[in-house]
Structure formats: structure tokens, C-alpha cells
Design a protein around this ligand. Structure first.
Ligand code: AMP
Length: 224
């Protein structure tokens, strides 16, 4: 079976994380989410974490040189030799170019760039209502998945808060950054003939099903 080297594209709150985790289980491939990697680095206060924190709190992108090395290292790992799923990387054209040259150096190619498309007002609704447990990071939503008791985590009793980058003004900035810096990647990957699109505004299961269909088409057409 050929490698599946998959990139997930889409605005914040489009469900890349949820779909990425499902794909990881289905395809038994490592899943690398740069947002998660950076949040862990901030928590550990590692050198990368210290550099990234202020950008993340504002909803800005961290500088390309901070993140490129992190991902280039992961895709060379033995566990990624049959493929990988990237969520949140690349997010700029220079990051995409750096990934291309690293893949070329390794004699590998990207299989599919999958865009999970969601309109801005839906992103604001999803992220604005998200509540995160300060203790263990469990996630709830005031509308779609409310906790039994307001402000308290059902799982561990920890306090539920609005994550710094889920504040309304920060969400708006994250969306602006997405449109300005990440959306050009749609054209970039279209030009390379590997872009596939799904409508992410629907339920999780429907989106997962559409992704399965798109990957099956890519496989039939020899892209995977
Ligand atoms: P996410 O959880 O994917 O929305 O990422 C959270 C934050 O991490 C973003 O708002 C950025 O500040 C930072 N981040 C994640 N991935 C990247 C990337 N590829 N390039 C720059 N910044 C990133």
C-alpha cells in the first residue's frame, strides 16, 4: 500500500482535530497537530513554548522558523514511514514550501491536502461557545455539549474556562490570519493537483463519511 501523507486544511474550529483523530485510528498513522504540540511546549515552558506563547495568546501565527523544524523532525520519525496526518501545518506559503523541499529531500510526496471548509459565522459560534477544563483540558460547548453544572467539568470537577484564544476578539484575529495567510494554500495545493474539499459545516459523522469518500476517489485516481 502506498504511503498516505495527508494535510488537513481549514479554519480554526472546522473540526480538523476531531476528523484527524478519527483518520489516525482508521489508517493507523501518526497524527501531528501543531496547535497541540505548541500548547504542550507552552505548558512545559520549553524554549519553543516560551517563543510561541505571546503569539498564540493573541491568535497570531508563531514565526515560521519556530514551527518548521518541529514538523520536519516529526515526519522523519520511524513511526511516520508509512505516512502521516498533519493538522495545522502548513499554515503559510513559506511553511508549505519548506515542507515540499523536506519531502523532496526524503524522496517522498504529499498525497492529499484536504480542505474542511466552514464559514466564519459558524467558526465564531463553535469556538465562542467552547469551554475548556483548566485541570485536564476536557472540552465542552455551551450549546452543543453543555456540562451538567455550568462552569464545572463533568469528568473531573475542574473549573471550565474560555481558553485565552477562544475569546471573541482573538477568534476574529485567528480568522483574519487564516484568510490572509493560510487560505492561499488552497490555490497552492490546487496547483499541485492534490486538493480535495469537504463541507465541514455539517455533523461530525457526515463530514467523516465525505472524507472517506474523497480519500477513496484519490486512491482510485492513483493519488494515494
Ligand atoms: P490550533 O490549535 O491549530 O488552532 O493552533 C493554535 C495556535 O497555535 C494558532 O493560533 C497559532 O498561534 C499556533 N500555530 C499552530 N500551528 C501553527 C503553524 N503551522 N504556524 C504558525 N502558528 C501555528
Amino acid at each position: 500500500m502506498p504511503e498516505l501523507n495527508l494535510i488537513l486544511l481549514g479554519p480554526p474550529g472546522s473540526g480538523k482535530g476531531t476528523q484527524g483523530e478519527r483518520l489516525q485510528d482508521e489508517h493507523r498513522l501518526p497524527y501531528y497537530a501543531t496547535g497541540d504540540i505548541l500548547r504542550a511546549a507552552v505548558k512545559d515552558q520549553s524554549e519553543i513554548g516560551r517563543k510561541a506563547q505571546e503569539y498564540m495568546d493573541r491568535g497570531d501565527l508563531v514565526p515560521d522558523d519556530v514551527i518548521i523544524g518541529v514538523i520536519c523532525e516529526r515526519i522523519q520519525d520511524e513511526e511516520a514511514s508509512d505516512g502521516f496526518i498533519l493538522d495545522g501545518f502548513p499554515r503559510t506559503v513559506p511553511q508549505a514550501e519548506a515542507l515540499d523541499s523536506e519531502m523532496e529531500r526524503l524522496g517522498r510526496t504529499l498525497s492529499v491536502a484536504l480542505l474542511i471548509d466552514v464559514p466564519d459565522d459558524e467558526v465564531v459560534r463553535r469556538l465562542g461557545g467552547r469551554r475548556t477544563c483548566v485541570e485536564q483540558g476536557h472540552v465542552f460547548h455551551v450549546e452543543f455539549d453543555p456540562p451538567a453544572e455550568e462552569g464545572v467539568c463533568d469528568v473531573c470537577g475542574g473549573e471550565l474556562i474560555v481558553r485565552e484564544d477562544d475569546r471573541d476578539d482573538v477568534i476574529r484575529n485567528r480568522l483574519e490570519q487564516y484568510h490572509e495567510k493560510t487560505e492561499p494554500l488552497v490555490v497552492y495545493y490546487e496547483g499541485k493537483g492534490i486538493l480535495r474539499k469537504v463541507d465541514g459545516a455539517r455533523g461530525l459523522d457526515e463530514v467523516a463519511e465525505e472524507i472517506r469518500g474523497e480519500l477513496a476517489i484519490a486512491r482510485a485516481e492513483g493519488e494515494v
